[in-house]
Design a protein around this ligand. Sequence first.
Ligand code: BG6
Length: 485
Amino acid sequence: MQTDSSFTFVLFGGTGDLSMRKILPALYEAHRAGMLAASGKIVAVARHEEDRDGYLQWVNEHVKAHVAKNGVDENAWASFIARIEYVKLDLGNAEDFVKLRDAMQDLPSSRVFYLATGPSLFVPICRALASVGLNEHARIVLEKPLGYDLRSSNAINDAVGEIFAEEQIYRIDHYLGKEPVQNLLALRFGNALFEPLWRREWVESIQITIAEELGVEARGDFYDNTGALRDMVQNHLLQLLSIVAMEPPHSMDSDSVRDEKLRVLRALKPIDPREISRLAVRGQYHSGVIRGTSVPAYATEPGVKTDSATETFVALKVEIENWRWAGVPFFLRTGKRLADRVAEIVVNFRAVPHSALGASALRAGANRLVIRLQPNETIRLYCLAKKPGEGMNLSSVHLDLAFDQFFKEGQMEAYQRLLLDVINGRLALFVRRDEQEAAWKWVEPILNEWAASGKPKPYAAGTWGPAAASAMLAQHGTCWLEEEN
Ligand code: BG6
C-alpha cells in the first residue's frame, strides 16, 4: 500500500555495514512493493565517497547483493537509485551541516534522520543538526546499542532529549519489527481462547530462547566490549518477555502498548547480587563443530582479547512480581555458536490435576504451546491423544500452524516494517525511554557482578551452552525443550 507521506530520509553512516545489509535493502524492498510515496527522497551521508556518482557506484557494488532473495528487479532498482542523493560530510565540520541543510532545502519537509553510527556519535550529530535548525519537524532513529549501561544510556537520552522531544525519537529494536513478534500480539489479543490460561494458575513455566549458529563474525572488537547480556538480553529478550507477559492493552496505539510493556519491565523481580550464581549462567564458546564445519574458539576471533571474559551465552531465571505471574519462572536464553539457529517461546502449561487415564496422562510433552519465531514461523500446540489399538495408551501429538503454508505471501523484513513506521510516524514498535531505563536497571546488578568476579563457563561451539544452564532448569524439575527429545 503506497502512502501519501512524502519524506526525506537522511542516512548517517551511509557506507556502513548496517546501511549495506539492512537499511538500503529494506528501503529498496519498500520501494519495489510500491510502499513509498513517489516523491520520497533518500539522502545518504558519509565521509568516504566524494560525490553522488561515487556513492551510487558503492550502492551498486555493495547493496545489490543484499537485495531481494528472488533477484533484483532492474527497473525497480533504477527508480530506487534515482531517489538517492548524497552529501559528503565530516562530522567534525560544522560547515558540512550547513551544506546538508542546503541540500535538503527543496526536498520534502517531513524528515527522518537515521543514525546508523556508533552510539558515541549520536549526541554530536543531534547537536550539529540542531545548530542548523534541522531538528524541527524531524524524527530521529537511534540504533542499538544505546549506551553501555544505565548511566551512559541516560546521558545519551538526556542530551538527545534536549534537542528532540520523546515523540520524535525512534529507538530501534529490530525484534519488534519481526512478523512473528507481531503475530504474538495477534495470538494473545485476537483470540479469547488463550487469555484465561495465560496466567500463573495454568502456566508452570515459560522459556524464551534466541539461539544463533553464527559467531561474532567481523564484530569481534565491538562484541568483546559488549557481551550477550547487553547485546541480546537487555533489549531483544526483555522485549519479547514483556510482550509475552503484558496485560492486554487498551488499543494498539503506541503508548497503550508501551505502557503495558513497561509495567512488566518494572515488575521484574530485582536480582539480588548474592543470588546471581543461582539465577544466571554465562558461557563463552570454545572451538567446536557446527553442521559438520569446525569453528574456532571465541577468544581466537579477530578483535577479541585472548583472555577475554566476555560472555557469548546467557541463561537466566526471571520472575515477574504481579498477580498474573507471581511464582512462574521465565527462563531466558541466548547464545552464539549454539547447535541451531532458532528463536522460540515455549509455554509449559500445568499437567492435569488428577489423571483418570493413568500415569501416561501426566507425562511431559503435552499441555504445551511452542511459538517458533524463526526460522519457519510456526505455532505448535502439544496435546495428549490415545494411541490406536487396544488399551488407553497416550501419546504426545501436536496441532500445527505453519504460517508460510497458510499465508502464501512472504513475510516483510523487520527493517522494512520499522522504516515504514518511522516514515509514517508510528511509534508503537519503538522503545520508549522509560522502557529502556527499566531494562537497564534490571540487568545492571548482573553486569556489575559479572564485571567484578568470575568468568564465563566454557561450552563447545555447536552445543546448547554450558551444562549449568541445564542444571538451573533441573532445579525446577524441568528442562529446555530440546533436551526432552
Ligand atoms: C543483533 C545483535 O541485535 O541481533 C547480533 O547485535 C545478533 O549480535 C542479531 O546476531 C540477531 O538478530 P536476528 O534477527 O538474526 O535474530
